[in-house]
Design a protein around this ligand. Structure first.
Ligand SMILES: Cc1ncc(COP(=O)(O)O)c(C=O)c1O
Length: 392
């Protein structure tokens, strides 16, 4: 069957194979510990759910403007200003159907066929395929595990060519949890300004930072406004993954371009979810603090337990809710790569993890600690048993 060249350039996420196998085992009644999901295990806070119920009851169930209702755009811009002292006007804010949609529309709006987009490795699974779909080339810049996977301007500078149109930065990072140092982030923004390259700042996990570190946004620096494009999401911050609300903060021209695309594809995000989102960003923020506290305890537990397993190394995640241990010591014992590790770990110990190859590195697996301490303990015992060669 003939399909478009555009769609043939992209592939279904490799992460799905292990997820599907885990689902099958669970259906057979097997006690699977699932470290796969990239979403909070907390329910959406009550006040947000109630706002959605009110929206339905008051018949706020029709089309809204394609780029989101004015009150939500205003609320999102004001919340960002409150958190980061940024200055985005309503005309510089667009509401999307999740952060992924925001990123898709940004890339489609600013990148042309044959141009290069720099993506640091490890990367969030969707970046390369969104870039390929736009007809551009993903150029991968590896970060180093022994440097905590932290991205620097010097790493990026070497990869810039006249064809480079966009650099993607995601801090805290999925899958490694790495956080770019504030000074370094400013250097990266300075580099983009100097070379006239756009910088996509994916702030999906911006509110989940550990050790008392303050959330950081390049949106706080007006001198970079021409080059920085912010993609945000309410999915993780408010445990709202299924509601599908994300946003873009950028120059009005970029907002207009993304809006044009949105108006001919998805149109508006769900009206009810928009009302819930207004409550999320304007209402009490205690739930965010509570989730962060809980993730913080789990992070400590997971990292300590992983590091206690012989031959496993694990960089300290500075944010998000993932650990990204190096399991390559198992390659000496007949495991081929991170996919093979994940398949065999599921088969033998019934633990689901995401293979690093989905994120562009092959010696790691991603463990999501957005799950209970009890599950973490059980799963880590099993990983330890899997990694420890049996004697005799
Ligand atoms: C780094 C990163 N960016 C963006 C997203 C998009 O999130 P959503 O589309 O659910 O808002 C995700 C989701 O996993 C992510 O991990």
């Amino acid at each position: 069957m003939k399909l478009s060249k555009r769609v043939s350039r992209i592939s279904v996420s490799q992460t799905m194979a292990v997820g599907e196998a885990a689902g099958k085992l669970r259906d057979q009644g097997v006690d699977v510990v699932d470290f796969g999901p990239g979403e909070p295990d907390f329910p959406t806070p009550e006040n947000i759910k109630r706002a959605a119920i009110r929206a339905i009851e008051s018949n706020f169930t029709k089309y809204t403007p394609s780029g989101g209702s004015r009150d939500l755009r205003k609320a999102v811009a004001e919340k960002h200003a409150k958190d980061f002292a940024s200055r985005y006007d309503v005309s510089e804010c667009l509401i999307n159907i999740g952060g992924k949609h925001a990123i898709f529309n940004i890339i489609e709006s600013v990148v042309d066929d044959g141009e290069d987009v720099i993506i640091p490795t490890p990367y969030w699974v969707s970046f390369p395929d969104i870039v390929r779909f736009a007809g551009a080339n993903p150029i991968f810049v590896p970060t180093r595990e022994d440097e905590g996977f932290r991205l620097t301007a010097a790493m990026l500078e070497k990869a810039i060519t006249p064809k480079t149109r966009l650099i993607i930065a995601n801090s805290p990072n999925n899958p490694s949890g790495a956080v770019i140092d504030d000074e370094e982030f400013l250097r990266i923004a300075g580099l983009c300004k100097e070379r006239d390259i756009y910088l996509l700042d994916d702030e999906c996990y911006a509110h989940f930072l550990y050790d008392g570190r303050k959330p950081f946004s390049l949106g706080s620096y007006p001198e970079f406004k021409q080059h920085v494009i912010i993609a945000g999401s309410l999915s993780k911050t408010y445990a709202m993954t299924g509601w599908r609300i994300g946003f873009i903060l950028a120059m009005p021209e970029i907002i207009q371009a993304a809006l044009k695309l949105q108006s001919h594809s998805t149109s508006n995000p769900v009206s009810i979810a928009q009302k819930a989102a207004v409550e999320a960003v304007t209402g009490p923020q205690d739930s965010v603090r509570q989730m962060l506290e809980e993730y913080s305890k789990r992070r400590k537990f997971v990292v300590e337990r992983l590091r206690a397993i012989p031959d496993v190394t694990c960089a300290e995640p500075g944010g998000a809710f993932y650990a990204y241990p190096n399991i390559s010591a198992s390659f000496k014992r007949g495991i081929k790569d991170s996919m093979d590790f994940s398949v065999k770990l599921l088969e033998k110990q019934h633990v689901a993890v995401v293979p690093g190859e989905a994120f562009g590195t092959n010696e790691h697996v991603r463990i999501s600690y957005a799950t209970s301490m009890e599950q973490l303990d059980k799963g880590l015992n099993r990983i330890q048993a899997f990694m420890t060669p049996t004697r005799g």
